[in-house]
Design a protein around this ligand. Structure first.
Ligand code: AN0
Ligand code: CP
Length: 317
């Protein structure tokens, strides 16, 4: 595997899950693979889990790690070609990317949707420029439209906890004070469809995600109905995707906050969220603290998904 940006590059999911379990049982098994190889992690946005788990994964594989926070100490980067650079940005991405490529063997990039242009976001202009100009294998640490390391960790977590072959998994929108990207729900839907789970998506009208991600998932606008007999509840906020509402907040209704009322109609479902989570906006204290909450095991599996992905990239060098 050279680049990793979506479920497509991971190939057969059963094989990937087996590999994840093997690495979880012995995470240092491939500790010689990364000797004298350097990972560069480039962050355009904040991170706790991705930063730590990806770094840990690289250390598991014996790699060296360099971290660059673009907004803390690096030059501000122009991203648009053709701009007369007389403003506040002293460097262009078109020089910065190949320079970064000189100092490492693999590059991880975090670059959220900016909500300035739907086309720019959905064409993944930043991530694709890294792929095109760095000369290195590139993997997504959450890009504009997907968060595949998160979705892979979510898949591993569901596989560890499911009691039926094809669980009912419900992705539910929940309220949030800031406009958030669709990357996590898009990617989650894409991976759940690839795993062939019974996927139901529930959200207020106007929050429909791009069909290329939701595929054949059932859309149910009544959250309580959607939750009936669910085995896993996956909560996430996202801003609107459709038309002129792209990037807008259309609903702040806190009846969508996941609480014991909704969880009571499920099949004693597990609760999942990628974190960071705003308590009592997305989920009540009681639900996130309950024994059915998987938010910490999910975060722990980020180290495993990142180790599998980095291992496969190292094997292809
Ligand atoms: C980000 C998002 O919703 O995409 C990152 C989640 C992993 N969340 C926030 O910015 C709060
Ligand atoms: N879930 C996740 O990616 O968290 P961070 O934004 O803290 O990396």
């Amino acid at each position: 595997m050279r680049h990793f940006t979506s479920v497509k590059e991971i190939g057969d999911l059963k094989t990937a899950i087996q590999e994840a379990f093997e690495i979880k049982a012995n995470r240092y098994k491939y500790s010689h693979l990364g000797k004298n190889k350097t990972l560069m992690m480039v962050f355009f946005n904040s991170s706790l889990r991705t930063r730590l788990s990806t770094q840990k994964a690289a250390l598991n594989l014996g790699m060296n790690v360099i971290v660059l926070d673009i907004n803390q100490g690096a030059w501000k980067l122009e991203t648009e070609r053709g701009v007369i650079m007389d403003g506040d940005k002293p460097e262009h991405l078109l020089e910065a990317i190949p320079v970064m490529g000189c100092y490492c063997d693999v590059i991880g990039v975090r670059s959220f949707a900016r909500f300035e242009s739907k086309d720019d976001d959905y064409n993944e202009t930043i991530l694709n420029q890294f792929i095109k100009y760095s000369g290195r294998p590139v993997f997504s640490m959450e890009a504009a439209t997907r968060h595949p390391l998160q979705s892979f960790a979510d898949l591993i977590t569901i596989e560890e906890h499911k009691t039926v072959e094809r669980p009912k998994v419900v992705l539910t929108w929940a309220p949030h004070p800031k406009a958030l990207p669709q990357a996590v729900p898009n990617s989650f839907a894409e991976w759940m469809n690839a795993a062939d789970y019974d996927l139901v998506i529930t959200h207020p009208k106007g929050y429909e995600l791009a069909p290329e991600f939701t595929g054949n998932a059932r859309i149910e606008y009544d959250q309580m109905k959607a939750f009936e007999n669910a085995d896993f509840i996956y909560a996430k906020n996202w801003a609107a995707y459709n038309g002129d509402n792209y990037g807008k907040i259309l609903c702040t209704d806190r009846s969508w906050t996941v609480g014991t009322r909704q969880m009571s109609v499920t099949n004693n479902a597990y609760f999942m969220h990628c974190l960071p989570v705003r308590r009592n906006m997305i989920v009540s204290d009681d639900v996130i603290e309950s024994p059915r909450s998987l938010v910490i095991p999910e975060a722990a599996n980020r180290e495993i998904s990142a180790t599998v992905v980095l291992k496969r990239i190292l094997e292809s060098l």
